[in-house]
Design a protein. Structure first.
Length: 363
């Protein structure tokens, strides 16, 4: 049996972990990357040069490039992870987000169909808990109604439905994993968890003064990305195609994430005030380390995500509790403490990014 996987979004957080996971399982792994004037492939640099790891140029906005990659690789499994994945950015670039996150999914499905691979290639679509958006039920499971609440979520909703349509219309084995937030030491630096762990490390080492955040009360079900890529694979190994919620079943606020991250670097935070006036204060020194800025509020924000992973546990045999919330925060903070300490000559560049983050230039 050929085991050939094609991963779109291979340079992303999940793409890098999934590549490692599939290589370990003996797959030939092909990743699709987009051409850029700078080579930013930090997350997969350690895999390049391995005999079973191959990269191809392609773009989710370009049908012909996807068709070429699919026809050349003839994958037995496609993991469609490529996306404009930042919710705030989707408000700034809604058309681009729709093209990549919605129409892009259709392009992948059509490429498989046009290459005559409908019966030999299984497809995983990276769907999201953002589909529940302005939630109509807590916790959320596979039966919970969708109520997308950002351009990103609306685009991903199209992806979810077109996958379902191709499954029913053409009998294709294509599935969506409705994944709740999953984080790691490879998480992009403008997502809230990584922004917090990097800031905690920099503040502890005297390289940043304070951290500006948006809605501290927002609730998320945060898991560890390395655990979640196993589910993507499991979803494609079942007798029949189906969609699954992947989550830990445990919920925390952004405020709690901050509290635990700072505690890990030895700073006990106390939160005082409300709304825009809320502050995170270092109990030992009285210094204000966390402040709220309207720059990081969203036009519409999803504030109550909490997943019910019962189906994944029972059918896929997946363990949603492998990495606890506390362990996740600790591993991210420990990684960033070492990273910040080693920054040396590059410190200024990193500090500039921290300043941009603080001023809301990069969200
Ligand atoms: P990520 O780190 O932002 O990675 C996104 C990947 O998509 C990158 O490799 C990026 O390439 C690629 N990409 C973006 N636009 C592209 C285009 N036009 N053509 C080709 N590639 C393009 O995201 P992630 O956290 O790994 O998430 C993976 C997938 O799961 C995404 O679809 C995301 O929406 C979804 N998801 C994520 C979570 C989560 O909590 N992480 C939860 C639910 C669903 P560059 O490196 O060139 O930018
Ligand atoms: O970390 P976030 O930007 O992640 P968000 O919006 O939940 O999206 C992530 O998870 C989704 C799964 O549910 C994925 F589909 C998506 O691709 C992405 O990976 O924001 C989390 C929460 C939000 O409510 C946001 O308003 O944190 C709040 N927040 C508060 N201050 C902030 C900030 N978010 C960011 N990025 N930056 C802040 O300063």
């Amino acid at each position: 049996m050929r085991k050939v996987a094609l991963i779109t979004g291979v340079t992303g957080q999940d793409g890098s972990y999934l590549s490692e996971f599939l290589l370990e399982k003996g797959y030939d792994v092909h990743g699709m990357i987009r051409r850029s004037s700078v080579d930013y492939r930090e997350r997969i640099a350690h895999l390049e040069g391995r005999p079973n790891f191959h990269l191809h140029y392609g773009d989710m906005g370009d049908s012909m490039s996807i068709l070429q990659v699919v026809s050349k690789v003839k994958p037995t499994e496609i993991y469609n992870l490529a996306a404009q994945s930042h919710v705030q950015v989707s408000f700034d670039s809604p058309e681009f987000t729709a093209d990549v996150d919605a129409t892009g999914v259709l392009r992948v499905l059509e490429a498989v169909r046009l290459c005559g691979l409908t019966q030999t290639c299984r497809i995983y679509q990276a769907s999201t808990s953002e589909l529940y958006g302005k939630v109509e039920q807590v916790p959320q499971n596979e039966q919970t109604p969708f109520h997308p609440y950002s351009p990103y979520a609306v685009a991903k909703l199209y992806g979810f439905w077109i996958v379902k349509e191709y499954r029913e219309a053409y009998g294709m084995y294509c599935c969506s994993g409705i994944l709740f937030n999953h984080e790691s030491e490879r998480r992009g630096e403008t997502f809230v968890t990584r922004k917090i762990t990097l800031a905690a490390a920099r503040i502890a080492q005297g390289k940043q003064d304070r951290l500006l955040l948006g809605n501290l009360s927002s609730l998320r079900d945060w898991g560890y990305a390395k655990d979640y890529v196993e589910c993507m694979w499991l979803i494609l190994q079942q007798d029949r195609p189906d969609d699954f919620v992947i989550a830990t079943g445990v919920q925390h606020s952004v405020r709690e994430f901050c509290y635990h991250a700072f505690r890990r670097v030895g700073i006990e935070l106390e939160f005082r005030g409300e709304g825009l006036d809320e502050q995170g204060i270092d109990k030992a020194t009285g210094r204000v380390l966390v402040e709220v800025s309207p720059d990081f509020y969203r036009p519409t924000d999803v504030v109550n995500l909490w997943g019910d992973p019962t189906k994944a546990r029972e059918i896929l045999g997946w363990n949603p509790s492998r990495t606890s919330f506390e362990d996740l925060v600790a591993l991210m903070v420990d990684h960033d403490m070492a990273k910040v300490a080693a920054e040396g000559a590059a410190a200024k560049v990193r500090t500039n990014l921290a300043e941009y983050l603080e001023k809301g230039i990069v969200k």
